[in-house]
Design a protein around this ligand. Structure first.
Ligand SMILES: [Zn+2]
Length: 178
């Protein structure tokens, strides 16, 4: 299956799997909506994963350390300045290191509002048991070599995928009701 076929397979399956599942709208508790004190704070930065780039290529920290070690070992064996200059010219990566070595922090913007959803009891289409929507489980399977499908609506009682259809109210919708 190619990626498009997998996508089609997943969409068809989601449609058919959701068949007979009850649709639930989960509403935001209007009393819980608060302005987020950290929203749009410019200096609020989450440290992200560090990325090392060497001569335009992504490499791992370990790889970088290994290369540096080998380089320094070779470099330290050289005696004259001439030899050292020659070596640096031949192996340009260390001379470009400070330019190419980049640490990137990912910036996760804080949401404008904080809120909670009203608890809602839902019923599994298969086992007919009732439970809170918060108990729904997530699961995924891989399809072929590069496809993957998942469900956030797995029954906590019998394990049925797409046991209900959950639609979450968005904060924009909730603010209109307020
Ligand atoms: Zn069930």
């Amino acid at each position: 299956m190619n990626t498009r076929e997998i996508q089609q397979f997943v969409e068809d399956n989601i449609k058919s799997m959701h068949k007979d599942a009850k649709v639930y709208m989960i509403f935001i508790d209007l009393n819980s909506i608060k302005e987020n004190p950290n929203a749009s704070k410019r200096d609020y930065i989450h440290p992200g994963q560090i990325t090392y780039i060497l001569n335009g290529k992504d490499i791992s920290e370990e790889e970088l350390k290994q290369k540096q070690k080998i380089y320094m070992e070779q470099y330290s064996k050289l005696k004259t300045d001439q030899e050292k200059q020659k070596f640096v010219k031949k192996n340009p990566f260390i001379s470009e290191q400070s330019r190419n070595l980049i640490e990137t922090d990912s910036l996760n913007p804080e949401p404008k509002y904080l809120y909670e959803y009203i608890n809602q009891e839902v019923e599994c289409k298969k086992c007919k048991q009732k439970f809170s929507f918060e108990e729904l489980q997530s699961d995924y399977i891989t399809l072929g070599n590069d496809g993957e499908t998942f469900s956030d609506e797995v029954c906590p009682k019998c394990g049925e995928w797409w046991c209900v259809v959950i639609q979450y109210e968005t904060i924009e919708q909730a603010l209109e009701r307020k």
